[in-house]
Design a protein around this ligand. Structure first.
Ligand code: BYC
Length: 345
């Protein structure tokens, strides 16, 4: 754990006593630590764990990083579903590596949240109690092997578009975690693309399986970027703080424009009759997203919400003995390091 962080938003008792102004709209001149924070943001410098920061900035980061970390961990489930049924040893080894990477991403992100004073246990308790979200995308089922390819191409592809700008996030530990995550996500996207390419250029049955997977994953992938800008509660503030660098709609559009030529090379069709190049805008127009479906999934009513959370809770309970054993081992080592005399004292 980092040093204790006070609830008032500063890092030490002395600073808290000086009364940091945590409400950006509060009257009167900004206290010096708030002015220093704003100056760093304006200069595109990183905010680090020991720096003063407004409570709302800290809370926004914890919310987003927690949701992101939970997504990585829950995101292991739909893919792990195919580990025992991968069609070859090569495919199985690749998928195993990918699923393990997702666990690693979760750990980097929980560690980033910990630098803000919120431990992993607390975040996991909230996830298990249904009080924190994870990405909507992981509430859809993986019905065929081609879904592993579609997830790599579309889901990891969307994640990269969303996450590359997060490498420039104003909060240092999150930005640095994202650099490593994005490198691995690129490999994930490539494996999905290569898998789908192989299927799409295989037998007619394999091509149909690839097309069916793309048909099912396309629209949920577009929803990953979050609600439209005019309904995005947090975007304006997060962009002002340079946590987010682009709006949800901007990134969604970028994703569509990148996917269209890739789909052509794959020999697959994107399931949107309204998808077409708009010469004037220099971008693709695309059809209406079913936001009612998105809201239902967020409310817990997607096809796999219950299954995903049940499995996550069960895995956590089943792993209790590992955490207990690790804690007992750490305590034993600490005792040994202190020496018998000090331990007795
Ligand atoms: N699913 O004001 P908004 C991955 C929530 S990739 C669920 O626009 P914000 C992976 C949002 O939390 C996926 N909830 O919010 C890939 C907020 O609710 P609360 C994870 C969503 O934060 C492959 C409300 O809707 N990636 O991990 O400004 C394999 C209003 O939205 C979703 C990240 O998390 C959604 N799709 O922008 C394995 C990236 N969209 O909190 C793993 C980091 C929105 O007020 N996160 N909501 O209750 C972000 O960039 C931003 O948090 C978002 C949303 C763009 C997702």
């Amino acid at each position: 754990m980092p040093e204790t962080i006070t609830e008032r938003g500063s890092r030490s008792g002395a600073e808290a006593a000086s009364g940091p102004r945590t409400d950006p709209g509060a009257a009167g001149p900004a206290p010096p630590q708030e002015a220093a924070f704003e100056a760093k943001i304006a200069a595109d410098e990183r905010i680090e764990p020991r720096d003063w920061m407004p409570d709302a900035y800290r809370a926004t980061l914890v919310r987003q990083i927690a949701q992101h970390a939970h997504s990585e961990i829950i995101g292991m489930q739909p893919e792990a579903n195919w580990l025992t049924r991968a069609p070859s040893l090569r495919r199985k080894a690749i998928l195993l590596a990918k699923v393990q990477d997702e666990a690693g991403h979760g750990l980097y992100l929980y560690s980033a949240a910990e630098t803000l004073g919120t431990g992993r246990d607390e975040l996991l308790d909230k996830l298990h109690a249904g009080r924190q979200k994870y990405s909507s995308i992981f509430n859809y089922p993986t019905l065929t092997w081609a879904d592993v390819g579609a997830i790599g191409w579309l889901v990891d592809g969307a994640a990269i578009i969303n996450q590359v700008p997060l490498c420039r996030c104003s909060y240092g530990p999150y930005a640095r975690a994202m650099v490593r995550i994005c490198k691995e996500e690129s490999f994930h996207q490539r494996q999905g693309y290569e898998l789908l390419h192989t299927l799409a250029h295989g037998t007619p049955e394999q091509h149909a399986m690839a097309q069916d997977a793309v048909d099912r994953w396309w629209w949920p992938s577009l929803m990953m970027f979050g609600p439209p800008d005019d309904e995005s509660a947090h975007s304006a503030q997060s962009m002002a703080w340079k946590i987010k660098r682009h709006s949800n709609d901007e990134l969604r559009q970028r994703f569509v424009d990148i996917c269209v030529p890739q789909a052509e090379i794959l020999g697959l069709t994107l399931p949107d009759p309204d998808l077409k190049w708009n010469e004037e805008r220099g971008q693709h127009d695309f059809g209406a997203i079913d936001w009612a479906e998105f809201k239902e999934v967020l409310r817990g009513n997607g096809p796999c919400n219950d299954q995903r959370l049940d499995r996550k809770r069960r895995a956590h309970e089943d792993g209790a003995w590992v955490r207990e054993a690790a804690a007992a081992y750490a305590a034993k080592r600490a005792l040994g390091a202190a020496g018998p005399g000090e331990a007795a004292a």
